[in-house]
Design a protein around this ligand. Structure first.
Ligand SMILES: [Zn+2]
Length: 127
């Protein structure tokens, strides 16, 4: 039986409300490939309300856990944008990238390794 964390991702488009904004999570390869830097796994477009996620790279599938971790990373960029903290000019895009990159891994690990947290989040989920 294959490990579920290493399967090719099958993430369908969905909407994600982050603060007062709504983002569409886009995985369609045609749309993603024509709008994302070649070395990027994901990109958040605040004004378009889109989070683009690459699920394949140069023909090879990207494992689902990597795609979902990238979604957490992009979600954090959206959270920073929604918070308005970027209007403080001391937070440059380079600093934001460093902060978001630094917290993505620990947050992803907390969200995915704690059965109790997953159950609590599932209990609060809306359908
Ligand atoms: Zn980033």
């Amino acid at each position: 039986m294959p490990c579920p964390h290493r399967q090719e991702s099958d993430i369908r488009p969905f909407k994600l409300k982050i603060g007062q904004l709504e983002y569409e999570v886009v995985t369609d390869p045609d749309e993603v490939e024509s709008n994302i830097a070649d070395d990027s796994l994901g990109e958040t477009r605040h004004l378009e309300g889109k989070i683009l996620l690459r699920t394949r790279h140069r023909g090879a599938p990207i494992p689902e856990d990597r795609v979902v971790e990238t979604l957490v990373h992009e979600l954090l960029h959206a959270a920073v944008f929604v918070s308005g903290i970027r209007s403080d000019e001391e937070i440059t895009s380079e600093l934001e990238e460093r902060m978001v990159s630094a917290v993505t891994g620990p947050l992803y690990a907390a969200l995915t390794t704690s059965r109790e947290l997953r159950n609590h989040l599932r209990g609060m989920a809306v359908s």
